[in-house]
Design a binder for this molecule. Structure first.
Ligand SMILES: Nc1ncnc2c1ncn2[C@@H]1O[C@H](COP(=O)(O)OP(=O)(O)OP(=O)(O)O)[C@@H](O)[C@H]1O
Length: 678
């Protein structure tokens, strides 16, 4: 069998995902030998109770599993093993990760310009953007801001439709969605799934997990994969599922929505609900029974008499030997053996690098300019602080006794002012999240992001440094000639940009606000401590603090440059009449331990080199996560699988816990709730 052009058939066989346990305990299975397939023109719904493994399955298919789990089994795309990350398939995650300062139209438009082929004209791209807005029903909110911590934005349903819109812009052949209807009312949920239906009808393969769809929503799905505790309870046509449940001995009551019934049969939490209800009545009446509960609430449900674990086990067993399973196996086999004349979709964006750089820089600049917390608040604090510095060191003067004041002022500027970069950490994290989502979906590359992030932040850093330097230089009366002012600004710009790059690196490794701030503060603290003010260079303890720390410390070079800029060529008066004036060069050498012979421009060049080094390291970290981490994970998977397969406990690996609560045990023993099926 061959595939139509551009179509994507995906099949998975015996997919098992485990959290290895190298100790004595049994290894936990998140997915246990799951089979299934997705086809063009059809929507496959992955249903199951919370924690049943829906997201794990989607992540396994899309090649996005976490590093601590290992996967075995096959995922075939058009009959071939292929990685589906970085743009080969589109993935709409459960969480809506969007730039909150942009409007809906701007978000779609930037995304379109970033990814649609460069040969398309502006008008053509604009037409595609408008068509997408209409298709997704986003016309009403198209000019509204998405919303962030200080801006009230669009609703949850609109955000979800926007997230889908951003992924379907390039018309991907295979679309994964993780619970696209979570948190939406039934009308919005219906609308979202109707959109998926339309996407599937245009020849696309749609695989979506879903929590508890209404009857109308469930009717829109073609196929159903029902999971419980990581095991397949049913896989096949959605409309045949009711029949299977009836044949297995658990028919859907006439007035119950089929999807509610399926989940009722496999979700052990319902046992707990019933048990808790009975227990709460027993507080007043110790002889209160389950049957009385049914009578009083008029909710007679035959399933209440059978523990869910038993219903689930029966369903899994009966499905395995059912005709539905045989038909599905045959279909999966057929799809797995498909070899296509598929025009392989180019992974990721189809726009050239320079256009991507321009669009990304522009988008990032607009985001920074609209997000109060990114730079504006910091600029305001910098201005207030500069006025404080200016008034405390006001007209510090050029006197022997004031040398330490000048040094302290420089130390504060190079230390605390750069320390303030930590204030933007929350915004760095938000931006990193957007980058991760877009990168995993192949919107653009790592290099273009690294450069654009630097370029877009520069205007704000320049503004920050210009205002800070002008206020302090004017008030403290530092050397104010053109070249001195220029050097001061440039020195501060380079130091702050270096710290920002370091913060971006930390945000990419530790995307957690508190942990990141702690790490960042610790790092800058060490840099400030060894920068040459709190302990002058000659006094820094040898080996570690002098070499290498003070040499790789951007703050040390920036401070040396600033001192040279201020002191070289200046003569300091003595407070005593007979003591001669002292040259700035001499003070640099004797008091601060800085060699006045080496140029201040050399110091600035070193700060710039450290800045470039940090940016390269940031790029390398992002690349490492993409390229090296999967290889390490593959080796880890191989080693782990061979290790745990040798263990006798492998055969008795626990499926992911099917929850039985103590309260339920108590009830079942009292009321004799034994399944008639066993
Ligand atoms: N990387 C991981 N490490 C440890 N446990 C994990 C990991 N990934 C998933 N799990 C566990 O596996 C189980 C299945 O998780 P999964 O997110 O796939 O469930 P789900 O069906 O999508 O749930 P929900 O509907 O609540 O999103 C959960 O109990 C979860 O805690």
């Amino acid at each position: 069998m061959t595939t139509p052009e551009g179509a994507m058939y995906v099949a998975w066989e015996d997919l098992t995902v485990v959290i290895p346990n190298f100790g004595e305990g049994a290894t936990k299975r998140l997915l246990n030998g799951v089979n299934g397939c997705g086809e063009p023109n059809r929507i496959l719904a992955i249903m199951g109770p919370s924690g049943s493994g829906k997201s794990t399955l989607l992540d396994a298919l899309a090649g996005r599993l976490a590093g601590n789990v290992v996967m075995s089994g096959k995922v075939l795309v058009n009959g071939k093993k292929r990685r589906l990350d970085f743009g080969a398939a589109a993935y709409v995650t459960q969480e809506d990760v969007l730039l909150g300062t942009l409007t809906v139209r701007e978000s779609i438009s930037y995304s379109a310009h970033l990814r649609l082929p460069s040969k398309l004209t502006r008008e053509e791209i604009s037409d595609i953007v408008e068509a997408t807005i209409t298709d997704m029903g986003l016309e009403e909110c198209s000019d509204r801001t998405i919303g962030n911590w200080h801006l009230r934005g669009i609703s949850g349903g609109e955000k979800k439709r926007l997230s889908i819109a951003l992924e379907v812009l390039t018309k991907p052949s295979l679309l994964f969605l993780d619970e696209p209807t979570s948190g939406l009312d039934s009308a919005s949920a219906f609308f979202v799934v109707q959109i998926l239906r339309n996407i599937a009808s245009s020849g696309k393969t749609v695989v979506s997990s879903i929590h508890q769809p209404s009857g109308e929503v469930f009717a829109l799905f073609d196929d159903l994969l029902l999971l419980s505790g990581g095991e397949t309870v049913y896989f096949g046509e959605a409309e045949s599922a009711t029949k299977f449940f009836g044949e297995a001995g658990f028919p859907c009551p006439s007035r119950r929505n089929p999807s509610d019934h399926f989940l009722r049969c496999v979700n052990s939490d319902f046992d707990n609900v019933t048990a808790a209800l009975v227990e709460s009545r027993r507080i007043n009446d110790s002889s209160f029974s389950l049957h009385q509960l049914h009578e009083t609430t008029n909710t007679l449900d035959p399933l209440d008499d059978i523990p869910t674990a038993e219903i689930r086990t029966t369903l899994v067993r009966k499905f395995k030997c059912s005709l539905y399973a045989a038909a599905s196996r045959a279909r999966i086999q057929e799809i797995a053996s498909i070899v296509g004349i598929v025009t392989e979709r180019k992974k990721g964006s189809q726009t050239n690098w320079w256009k991507q750089l321009r669009i990304l820089t522009q988008r990032s600049f607009i985001n920074m300019s609209r997000d109060l917390g990114y730079y504006w608040m910091r600029i305001a604090v910098y201005i207030v602080l500069s006025i404080c510095v200016g008034s405390i060191f006001f007209n510090v003067g050029r006197n022997h006794t004031n040398v330490m004041s000048t040094a302290a002022c420089g130390g504060f500027m190079a230390g605390f002012m750069t320390f303030m970069s930590i204030g933007g950490f929350q915004s760095f994290i938000e931006e990193m999240k957007v980058f991760s989502r877009e990168r995993l979906n192949g919107h653009y590359g790592v290099a273009v992001y690294t450069v654009s992030n630097l370029l877009s932040s520069l205007p704000f850093i320049i503004l920050m440094c210009l205002s800070t330097s002008s206020i302090t230089i004017y008030m403290v009366r530092f050397q104010s000639g053109g070249s001195h002012f220029f050097y001061n600004c440039l020195d501060l710009i380079c130091a702050i940009t270096t710290v920002e790059s370091c913060m971006m690196m930390i945000a990419s490794v530790v995307p957690n606000f508190l942990m990141g701030v702690m790490l960042g503060a610790g790092y800058i603290g060490i840099m400030v401590l060894s920068a040459g003010f709190f302990r002058f260079f000659p006094d820094l303890p040898m080996v570690f603090w002098r070499y290498p720390v003070s040499y790789i410390n951007y703050g040390a070079w920036a401070l040396q440059g600033a001192y040279k800029n201020e002191m070289i060529g200046v003569e300091y008066d003595s407070p005593l009449p007979l003591v001669p004036k002292m040259k700035g060069e001499l003070i640099l050498q004797t008091v601060l331990g800085i060699n006045p012979e080496s140029s201040k421009w050399l110091d600035l060049a070193v700060v710039m080199m450290i800045l470039i080094g940090y940016r390269i390291a940031f790029f390398a970290i992002l690349k490492f996560r993409e390229k090296v981490f999967p290889v390490i994970h593959m080796l880890y998977t191989k080693r782990t699988l061979s290790h745990i397969q040798k263990r006798p406990s492998f055969r008795r690996m626990t499926p992911f816990p099917s929850r039985r609560y103590p309260v339920h045990h108590a009830l079942s023993s009292q009321e004799g709730l034994n399944s008639p099926l066993h």
